[in-house]
Design a binder for this molecule. Structure first.
Ligand code: HEM
Length: 502
């Protein structure tokens, strides 16, 4: 029998083997600890935690790399519609994800235990760098649990914004100002007869819509008009929001976003400190008055306004770009919309002075045509335009609705009968873009853009003398019996915090 050489390659291999086994046991143990759902009493269960290919931190890494698209991938791979994702070491180690209307509806009865503001306050602290005094002002009674409603800056701001942006004078003023600002830009585009002009649609829309919206809301001295370079900075900041929220040492790890944020802050702080909101819309004047009543410092007013600019611009401008792209890419749709919108346009011909004299020695004049759009009529006379807008949001708006869970809540899916407990101190996200792509809701053509999808589907069936109202079963968000799927179209969220700018 040969003697064993203790220092030879066999023993090194054996040691490596032992090391691997120890590491594997450790990884399994950590994974087991992280993934194992907390035991609950009386047989209640948490949704099973979904492992990732890279143990423990895989979902977090995928989210940082792929963003919201990762949720679509998860649904395509697992078809689970309610997920518990390990998120160690952040978000209390787990996050719930909802990707179906059934689970959206199951969440409804729990709304008193869900907080809209917890995550917003976190973002204001980490990304928008509000100081401790301002955070304390905002956090006091933010969920209305310690004192009554209306005794918190954000609750009051919420009520004011919904009132100011409801149909009426203030909203009309805003819309009119926005449309007039855009009209002057679009009129500048009109080429002379026979000439054309090439524009890059995304950069053109991003620039001019940002300016037009900011001028309507923040007034003529808004930071973007003062320094148009801030427009690009704002969109760089938008691209980097998640990194700025989640990564450490952002001056190094998310440098572009970090520097863009500094310049955007400077612009808004100067705006606030110079009191330029005196010329702004009612919305901003009311916000600043409320901030001042609660003791918010001017510098913090500016940083808060830079966060509000995201509410105003981050969804509106991509939606405008996509809507225009879909329309311009389809000549039939463009022609149909021109006819529809034509009903809302009044044409005026005005004489305009021209240089020189006419044959009789009088001053030369030429006719100038002016097209005036009646914006109110656009809302009432343009069903195809409205449907195109909604379909654009369905296909392109990547909206995530966030809620922080304040108490353990039990949710029951009325369609499948499944019930789970979602744990206090976790985040629940609804991925509306995944719901909007659901074939079981929108049919086999859910991937396609159909401008007419949201046209009214109400019709009448004639049975002899009888006339019965019917719903087109192929219509949007209806099932085969014609019943509307609740929770299937949510680009603006829902409930108390539904978007006031919708
Ligand atoms: C296509 C355009 C827009 C989309 C898709 C959109 C989407 C949303 C969504 C999904 C929410 C969260 C709702 C929830 O969590 O339940 C929201 C909230 C909000 N949006 Fe919009 N929004 C748009 C335009 C606007 C505009 C133009 C403004 C401002 C004039 C605005 C101001 C806000 C504000 C202030 C909130 C927070 C509401 C609260 O505190 O309760 N949004 N929006």
């Amino acid at each position: 029998m040969a003697a064993v050489d203790h220092d030879g390659p066999d023993s090194i291999l054996a040691m490596i083997g032992v090391l691997f086994t120890v590491v594997a046991i450790l990884v399994i143990a950590i994974q087991h600890y992280v993934y194992f759902p907390t035991k609950l009493d009386s047989g209640r269960v948490e949704p099973p935690l979904l492992p990732s290919s890279i143990p423990v931190v895989g979902h977090l890494i995928n989210l940082l790399i792929y963003g919201k698209q990762y949720f679509m991938t998860l649904e395509q791979q697992h078809h689970q519609s309610l997920y518990a994702l390990p998120m160690w070491p952040i978000l209390n180690s787990r996050m719930y994800l909802i990707t179906s209307p059934d689970w959206v509806n199951a969440m409804k009865p729990t709304h008193k235990s869900l907080s809209f503001y917890t995550l917003i306050v976190r973002a204001l602290k980490i990304v928008f760098k509000l100081d401790e005094t301002t955070i304390n002002i905002i956090e006091r009674n933010v969920d209305g649990r310690t004192r009554g409603r209306g005794e918190n800056l954000f609750q009051e701001t919420h009520d004011m914004m919904h009132a100011t942006l409801a149909p009426g004078r203030h909203l009309d003023d805003l819309s009119l100002s926005m449309l007039n600002n855009m009209a002057s830009t679009v009129n500048g585009l009109a080429p002379n007869k026979g000439e054309s002009q090439v524009i890059g649609l995304w950069s053109w829309i991003r620039h001019h819509f940002t300016l037009a919206s900011a001028t309507a809301v923040y007034g003529p001295h808004n930071p973007f008009s003062k320094n148009p370079d801030l427009i690009a900075d704002f969109w760089t900041l938008d691209e980097n929001l998640i990194s700025l929220m989640l990564l450490p040492w952002t001056w190094l790890t998310a440098r572009r976003g970090y520097l863009a944020r500094r310049r955007v802050f400077d612009g808004f702080v100067e705006y606030a400190e110079k009191g330029h909101y005196a010329d702004a819309s009612q919305l901003i004047r009311s916000r600043v008055a409320l901030n001042s009543r609660y003791g918010v410092a001017k510098r913090m007013d500016g940083q808060l306004e830079s966060s509000m600019a995201f509410g105003l611009l981050a969804n509106t401008i991509p939606a405008s770009f996509w809507m225009l792209s879909y329309i311009l890419a389809d000549p039939k749709l463009l022609a149909a919309l021109r006819v529809e919108i034509g009903q809302c346009v009044r044409v005026e011909e005005r004489e305009q002075d021209q240089e020189g004299e006419d044959d009789c020695g009088g001053k030369k004049t030429k006719l100038k045509t002016k097209h005036i759009i009646n914006a109110t009529k656009l809302k009432t006379h343009c069903p195809l335009l409205a449907s195109t807008f909604r379909e654009t949001l369905r296909v392109t708006a990547s909206v995530i609705v966030n809620r922080w869970i304040l108490d353990d809540v039990e949710v029951m899916n009325q369609v499948t009968g499944k019930a789970f407990v979602l744990r206090k101190g976790s985040l629940v996200q609804t991925a509306t873009h995944v719901i909007h792509a659901d074939r079981s809701v929108y049919g086999d053509d859910a991937d396609l853009f159909d401008a007419r999808r949201f046209m009214s589907t109400v019709g009448y069936r004639h049975d002899g003398e009888e006339r019965t109202k019917i719903l087109d079963p192929a219509g949007p968000f209806r099932d085969i019996e014609g019943n509307v799927h609740h929770g299937s179209f949510r680009p603006f969220g829902s409930g108390k915090h539904i978007c006031p700018g919708r």
